[in-house]
Design a binder for this molecule. Structure first.
Ligand code: SAM
Length: 230
């Protein structure tokens, strides 16, 4: 049968498609990172009687064999991650890749993804963008220098609230005129965008005593599309 890749909400539990719910209802097996989180999700949508298979880094290899053998035995399996689209900075790639190489059908459902919501809400260019996953913890200067050598409308990174100020400080040395949008707690009660020149955004974060919480997407652009026209 098939592997279904099913995106789940990145905050607001209403952000799930009818097709995603129907798919989760139809399969017997759901592969997921954290079984407790999925149980909460399934309860919210009144989905019962599923067998949960934990699939998380670095234990993917063992579970891939199990999942592939279930699909070969005519079972459908849905893959979900803790939030958003599986395989985007989340486990999923190895399973999807193995299924494709083994001629197992893979059906990917479209749905929530933090980077897409963030770049659209940033006000920064969307005609072309580069997503580089989580901001690096080592060799940051050389990483950002190389990143900015590729000319795209916007650059998108996932970053933690504890590290955002340090990351912006590193970037401001390399690209002092860059425009920034911090997209925080997307789709949740405290959703917020902090937009502006990198120096202004750094000042804004300092004013908050670096007491910034929640989940963050960092969007950067060499173009200042946020400047107001007279
Ligand atoms: N698979 C997910 C997706 O489709 O976006 C990403 C998972 S990755 C492990 C988690 C990171 O995504 C967080 O550290 C944060 O950078 C970003 N993220 C996820 N949900 C978010 C939200 N509601 N608001 C802002 N950033 C979010």
């Amino acid at each position: 049968m098939k592997l279904y890749v099913v995106p789940t909400p990145i905050g607001n539990l209403d952000d799930i498609t009818i097709r995603a719910i129907n798919t989760l209802k139809s399969v017997k097996f759901i592969a997921c990172e954290d079984t407790r989180r999925v149980q909460i999700l399934l309860k919210h949508y009144n989905i019962e009687g599923k067998i949960l298979l934990s699939y998380y880094h670095p234990k993917e290899a063992i579970q891939i064999k199990k999942i592939v053998s279930l699909i070969r035995k005519d079972e459908d399996v849905a893959l979900v991650s803790d939030a958003g689209t599986p395989s985007i900075s989340d486990p999923g790639f190895k399973l999807i890749n193995t299924c494709i190489k083994e001629n197992i059908p893979v059906e990917v459902l479209p749905g929530p993804c933090a980077l897409i919501t963030a770049v659209v809400g940033s006000g920064l260019p969307t005609h072309s963008f580069m997503f580089v996953g989580f901001a690096p913890r080592k060799s940051q200067e050389s990483f950002y220098k190389e990143m900015f050598q590729t000319d795209v409308g916007s650059y998108i990174l996932y970053e933690s609230p504890q590290r955002i100020l340090d990351t912006l400080n590193v970037i401001s040395h390399i690209a002092p005129d860059i425009t920034v949008a911090i997209a925080r707690e997307l789709t949740k009660i405290h959703e917020e965008y902090i937009r502006g020149n990198i120096k202004d955004v750094i000042e804004e974060l300092k004013k908050r005593d670096n007491n910034i919480k929640g989940e963050i997407v960092l969007v950067l652009s060499k173009e200042n599309t946020l400047a107001k026209e007279n």
